[in-house]
Design a protein around this ligand. Structure first.
Ligand code: HEC
Ligand code: HEC
Ligand code: HEC
Ligand code: HEC
Ligand code: HEC
Ligand code: HEC
Ligand code: HEC
Ligand code: HEC
Ligand code: HEC
Length: 334
């Protein structure tokens, strides 16, 4: 249906971008843009259950920003069916409840919203929040860091809180109605809008807080110290993701820009050297934790590969290693 309309939709996109800019200029505090589809701009998805839950016990309900997802869907030529997989744009909780019910083949809310692989299929299901977001991190601008990150965040409360956020003005009674599926659509949208608008991107530590150039010389071998353009890297990575809303919402720490390279320790502007955890001595390293030379090479080169950085190629030894005169002969063959 969308095919053959690319010019038109391009024009529409430009127009939308202009509108968007104007809109930001006139940013109002209390409303979201309306959707084209007529769906509410934002919706609180409650932990709707079959069994009574008078204590209103559960995770903080998720305020889902429908309009930004719809706009993204339009930009990328996707269909409503990606999420509304039965073809009928009704609430997921019609069929997927806390306990699960027959209409949804007993897939529970928790499963369908999180689990990347609900069934034993190879690829992630695109309909679930978490698996679709994971898919987004495979893009070129994200992959350099994301393929190196430990993939499971199941014990990271900051991660849960991006979706499961308490709406301050929500009353206990509203929560109970939400769970019983009797809250009015209007009240639901008001609560959802409040939370959706309160979501603000984190402000990263400035790349200026990172050193300008770092001379890496932990290994005393055949080459001179490798000169690493540290600040250029920090700027380049920050630039690539600064306008991405998904990254903005899910990067929860000011140090997110730093902790992929400076990993396994708390975010800090004075992180420990790689040497402090990666010994140069192969015999003393545990499996999964490479010795120092490999630690450097793997981190530099894997990121370059995943982000499709053209230069330096991993085989361009001399771009990273200014070759010491005595070593020049040994390396020529490589
Ligand atoms: C990225 C996923 C996604 C896309 C794409 C999407 N939706 Fe939704 N939609 C949702 C979720 C999640 C809900 C909340 C369901 C709930 O409350 O249980 C929802 C809710 C709705 C509702 C309110 C349902 C109700 O009865 O409460 C309507 C209407 C709707 N969507 C229409 C659409 C239409 C039309 C499109 C395509 C233009 C669309 N949606 C695209 C995920 C999506
Ligand atoms: C009319 C009932 C119905 C509605 C509404 C519904 N689902 Fe489902 N859902 C099902 C059924 C049935 C299955 C099992 C499908 C199967 O086995 O092929 C399922 C399975 C799933 C799965 C796991 C299966 C897979 O691997 O893809 C996900 C994820 C999912 N639904 C997400 C959603 C989301 C998100 C919404 C709301 C936007 C939603 N569903 C709305 C009936 C529904
Ligand atoms: C089919 C893919 C897809 C699905 C399914 C999906 N998302 Fe997203 N989500 C995205 C994309 C893409 C963005 C970034 C949108 C943009 O660039 O404007 C995003 C952005 C977000 C953000 C950050 C932006 C903000 O301010 O709200 C949150 C939070 C979020 N999604 C929550 C959810 C929840 C909750 C669900 C499930 C109910 C969900 N998403 C389902 C693709 C998806
Ligand atoms: C400089 C490294 C870096 C880059 C580049 C990067 N991320 Fe992340 N991302 C992280 C780190 C580190 C975390 C773990 C959470 C934290 O520390 O804030 C994370 C977590 C996330 C999460 C939550 C975890 C998950 O797997 O669901 C999402 C979603 C995400 N990033 C999206 C993106 C997107 C989209 C891009 C590209 C536009 C991107 N990131 C680029 C470092 C990065
Ligand atoms: C990408 C968005 C997202 C993230 C991140 C997320 N969830 Fe959820 N989760 C949902 C949605 C949507 C639902 C269904 C709506 C609801 O229950 O409020 C849900 C439902 C649940 C449920 C079942 C309902 C209930 O209230 O008991 C549990 C339990 C849960 N999540 C726990 C977690 C935990 C723990 C984390 C962090 C480790 C987490 N979630 C991270 C989106 C998310
Ligand atoms: C992306 C940059 C990069 C590329 C390309 C690269 N290296 Fe390295 N290499 C490093 C860094 C950083 C170190 C750590 C330097 C230190 O501690 O002295 C290192 C260390 C080494 C060391 C141990 C230190 C020394 O002086 O002996 C050797 C040997 C080495 N590299 C060989 C190579 C060879 C051979 C190639 C080409 C096939 C190559 N490297 C390509 C970044 C790179
Ligand atoms: C692309 C990977 C990468 C990113 C992103 C990164 N660093 Fe680094 N940083 C390194 C490497 C590699 C070293 C050298 C470590 C060593 O010599 O053991 C280093 C060294 C440092 C040093 C020590 C400098 C010296 O002269 O000894 C500081 C301080 C530092 N980084 C801070 C930061 C901060 C703050 C951020 C985030 C704004 C950051 N880094 C982001 C890779 C990175
Ligand atoms: C505080 C200790 C610590 C510091 C400092 C540290 N690492 Fe690691 N590193 C680890 C541990 C622990 C593992 C094993 C992780 C695992 O098994 O998932 C690891 C694994 C790795 C791996 C292989 C797995 C992966 O994530 O790709 C690489 C490459 C690596 N480190 C590079 C570096 C570089 C480069 C630096 C300096 C910028 C550094 N590390 C600093 C603790 C550290
Ligand atoms: C997290 C991803 C990432 C890691 C880790 C990384 N790089 Fe890079 N690197 C990039 C990107 C992106 C570019 C392209 C920068 C641009 O936009 O100019 C680049 C470019 C470069 C360049 C060419 C431009 C310049 O700065 O001179 C060199 C040389 C380089 N990297 C060396 C290294 C070395 C040495 C390491 C390991 C100590 C390393 N990189 C680790 C992402 C990374």
């Amino acid at each position: 249906m969308r095919k053959g309309k690319s010019l038109l939709s391009l024009a529409a996109m430009v127009a939308a971008a202009v509108v968007c800019l104007l809109y930001q200029g006139a940013a109002r505090a209390d409303t979201l843009e309306p959707t084209d589809s007529g769906a509410p701009s934002a919706i609180v998805i409650f932990p709707v259950g079959e069994k009574p839950n008078p204590a209103a016990a559960g995770m903080a309900p998720v305020a889902y920003n429908h309009v930004i997802h719809e706009k993204w869907m339009n930009r990328t030529g996707k269909e409503c069916m990606v999420c509304h997989h039965t073809g009928d744009p009704v609430a997921c909780t019609e069929c997927h409840t806390v306990e699960g019910k027959a209409e949804g083949k007993f897939y529970t809310l928790q499963q369908v919203m999180h689990t990347p692989k609900v069934r034993q299929r190879k690829e992630n299901t695109p309909s679930s929040c978490v698996s679709c977001h994971k898919e987004q991190t495979k893009q070129r601008d994200c992959a350099g860091c994301h393929t190196q990150l430990v993939q499971t965040r199941d014990d990271d409360p900051n991660w849960c809180r991006v979706c499961h956020t308490i709406t301050p003005s929500m009353t206990r009674a509203q929560m109970q109605k939400g769970i019983a599926n009797t809250l009015s659509a209007r009240q639901n949208e008001v609560l959802a809008t409040e939370t959706a608008l309160a979501r603000k991107p984190v402000s990263y530590w400035s790349p200026l807080m990172a050193p300008y150039k770092v001379s890496i010389d932990s290994l005393k071998g055949q080459y001179e110290a490798a000169l690493f353009n540290h600040r250029h890297h920090a700027f380049s990575l920050a630039d690539r993701i600064s306008t991405n809303r998904l990254a903005g919402a899910f990067h929860t720490s000011q140090g997110t820009m730093c902790v992929t390279c400076h990993h396994n320790s708390p975010a800090s502007t004075t992180p420990p050297k790689c040497l402090n955890c990666h010994s140069a001595d192969l015999k003393r390293m545990s499996p999964g934790r490479p010795a120092l030379m490999a630690a450097f090479h793997l981190q530099c080169m894997n990121c370059h590969k995943d982000m499709k950085v053209g230069r330096p190629r991993s085989t361009d030894c001399a771009t990273c290693h200014k070759i010491a005169p005595t070593a020049a002969r040994t390396t020529q063959g490589e």
